[in-house]
Design a protein around this ligand. Structure first.
Ligand code: AMP
Length: 128
């Protein structure tokens, strides 16, 4: 069965899209640690990030770099943190998290409860 992220890429499940090219897709994490928390995924469905072929893995980081630059430009933050966990969804993905302190990347913290309008507003800014 296709992963939830493959279904998002296929448009079967809605997402707040931030960026897309031939090989990668970026969208807002639905349980964000901070405003602008974004996921970058390869369109090729592979569970573990280090099982990706070299070109896909390298290209994913270059794509993430462009998305991170946009996040840095649009969201008030000191850095954009890069985190890979993959404990929940078996489709390789990079978390890009705008942070002002180390505490902002604590995945045990309560996630932000944003409205659909807030998600849409952030996605629109990042997709510009
Ligand atoms: P992990 O696999 O541990 O990196 O966590 C998966 C991440 O995907 C979590 O932060 C979830 O909030 C996020 N997530 C799961 N389903 C969706 C979805 N349908 N749309 C956006 N984000 C999602």
């Amino acid at each position: 069965m296709a992963s939830v992220f493959s279904r998002i890429i296929a448009g079967e499940i809605p997402s707040y899209k931030v960026a897309e090219d031939e090989n990668y897709y970026a969208f807002l994490d639905i349980n964000p640690l901070t405003k602008g928390h974004t996921l970058v995924v390869p369109k090729k469905e592979v569970d573990y990030i280090f099982d990706l072929d070299d070109d896909t893995l390298a290209g994913m980081m270059v794509f993430a770099k462009k998305v991170a630059a946009k996040i840095k430009q649009e969201i008030d933050c000191k850095r954009v943190a890069v985190v890979v966990l993959g404990m929940e969804v078996p489709h390789a993905h990079i978390h890009l998290i705008p942070i002002n302190s180390e505490a902002d990347v604590d995945f045990h913290r309560e996630k932000l409860a944003l409205t659909a309008e807030e998600f849409q507003e952030i996605a629109s800014k990042l997709a510009k």
